[in-house]
Structures are given as structure tokens and as C-alpha cells.
Design a protein around this ligand. Structure first.
Ligand SMILES: Nc1ncnc2c1ncn2[C@@H]1O[C@H](COP(=O)(O)OP(=O)(O)O)[C@@H](O)[C@H]1O
Ligand SMILES: [Mg+2]
Length: 236
């Protein structure tokens, strides 16, 4: 697979065409954003680390039978992925209250949820990715009810697989965001990335944050946190 033209310059990744229409090349950037792009910055070395972390976690998922877009790491910052058309829905999975859920429902950060919470957001930057429900998804034609059901089933499995895997390295999976895409033959697979940019990871013992919240909240030690997650994953 050979790299061709830049198709899309995102907030944290570049997407390149390849000589094969079934594949794209992702290049992970050091740029970081928060609060729907309102806060911008750079986390030195993040692109390299996130490329590696997403590759490891997608491989774990594949091994457990979860279909993903991941194909192969090809350099420090780059990986080959299957080309998909992205579903305009983000799926959020939450095990512990944090972030917008805490704010919206007045739950203290760190409160354990008695069962997993699933949320959907409409992927629309201009609107700030608003929270929607099943009837919005169907009424707006963002996905069919069956497709949404499948996405939820996959999200639940990912939660089980990743929570168990991270437990072994003393990391609690607080919550995470998934994107899904449709391949040319219509199959729904996990796309985008699974990294400290898209997950909340807390140390199981100290409950210290090992993710993008360190950047959002100016907690310091951002690079160290991303490196810590990568190092622990490598020990698996
Ligand atoms: N397998 C894939 N094929 C094509 N596009 C993808 C795939 N996986 C993710 N994408 C899209 O590529 C872009 C990745 O760049 P990113 O920096 O995350 O963009 P954004 O600023 O839109 O979040 C996103 O728009 C994402 O939805
Ligand atoms: Mg993105």
C-alpha cells in the first residue's frame, strides 16, 4: 500500500488516500484539543504514542473477535486502516461518572454507575456533537435501529474486553468514545482511534488521571501520563 494525497486534516490526525481504495493511512499528530476545539495545544510525542496505543488496543479487540478498521502500523506516527464511511454517531460508554455526565446529572466525578451507561452524540462539529437518543438517530436517518443495536452490542463487548485487559495493568476504564464506519460491502466496524485522547483511564490504586483530562484541566504531567499508559500496555 502506497501513500497518496491528503484527504482530510483533522484535529488530531491526517487521513491520506492510498493506491488502494480499500485503505487509508492515518498520521497521528501531537495537536490536542478540548471543549469542542475551544482549547488548543500540543502534547509533545502524543502522535507517536497514540499510534502505538491505538494499534495495541485494536489488536486486542480483533483477537477477541471485535471487527475493527486496524490493519498495520507502518511508521512511528502512521498506520494503515480500512477505508470506511464514518457513521455520524459517536457512541459513549461509561462505567464511572465523569466529564459531561457528571455535569449534566450532578453526579460527583468518580461515582460508580450501577450499570453501564451508553450515550450517543450526533457527530457535527458546528453543533458541538450534541447528545441525541435512539429516536433522533432513526428519525434523522443517521443509522437504522438494527445498525444502532449492533453498534451498542459491539460497544458493550469492547467495554468488557478493554476493562479486563486494563485491569491487569492497574488501569480503570472510566469511559470512552467510539466511532464506527461502514466498509464498502456495508459491514459495520470500529473505526477512528482508542487512545488516552478518547478514553478516561485512571490508575486503579491512586485514581490519578492518565488521559486527556490532564490537558483539559491543566493538571500537568500530560506527556508522562500518555507514556505511562503505553509502557503499562507493553508489559501485557
Ligand atoms: N477507517 C476510516 N476511514 C476513513 N475515515 C476515518 C476512519 N476512521 C476514522 N475516520 C475519520 O477520520 C478523521 C480522523 O481525524 P481526526 O483528527 O480524528 O478528525 P476530527 O477533527 O474530525 O476529529 C475523523 O473525521 C474520523 O471520523
Ligand atoms: Mg477525531
Amino acid at each position: 500500500v502506497e501513500k497518496r494525497e491528503l484527504l482530510y486534516e483533522g484535529k488530531t490526525k491526517q487521513v491520506f488516500a492510498t493506491d488502494n481504495q480499500n485503505f487509508r493511512i492515518f498520521a497521528f499528530k501531537d495537536e490536542a484539543t478540548a471543549f469542542n476545539g475551544l482549547k488548543k495545544g500540543k502534547i509533545s510525542g502524543k502522535g507517536v504514542i497514540n499510534n502505538k496505543i491505538s494499534s495495541i488496543l485494536m489488536r486486542v479487540l480483533e483477537r477477541e473477535g471485535v471487527p475493527t478498521h486496524f490493519v498495520k502500523e507502518i511508521s512511528d506516527r502512521e498506520q494503515i486502516v480500512k477505508a470506511v464511511s464514518i457513521m455520524p454517531i459517536e457512541v459513549l460508554v461509561r462505567n464511572v461518572a465523569a466529564g459531561t455526565l457528571s455535569k449534566r446529572l450532578g453526579l460527583p466525578e468518580g461515582a460508580k454507575l450501577s450499570s453501564t451507561v451508553y450515550e450517543y452524540c450526533y457527530k457535527n462539529n458546528d453543533l458541538g456533537d450534541p447528545l441525541i437518543n435512539t429516536s433522533h438517530v432513526v428519525a434523522l436517518g443517521l443509522a437504522t435501529e438494527e445498525e444502532l443495536k449492533l453498534m451498542l452490542k459491539i460497544a458493550g463487548k469492547i467495554n468488557d474486553v478493554l476493562s479486563a485487559c486494563l485491569k491487569k495493568i492497574n488501569v480503570d476504564l472510566i469511559d470512552f468514545k467510539l466511532e464506527f464506519g461502514k466498509t464498502i460491502d456495508g459491514t459495520i466496524i470500529v473505526a477512528d482511534e482508542i487512545t488516552p485522547d478518547t478514553c478516561r483511564f485512571w490508575d486503579s490504586v491512586t485514581r490519578s488521571k492518565l488521559d486527556i483530562d490532564r490537558f483539559r484541566k491543566d493538571l500537568g504531567g500530560v506527556e508522562e501520563a500518555y507514556n505511562e499508559i503505553f509502557n503499562r500496555l507493553q508489559s501485557l
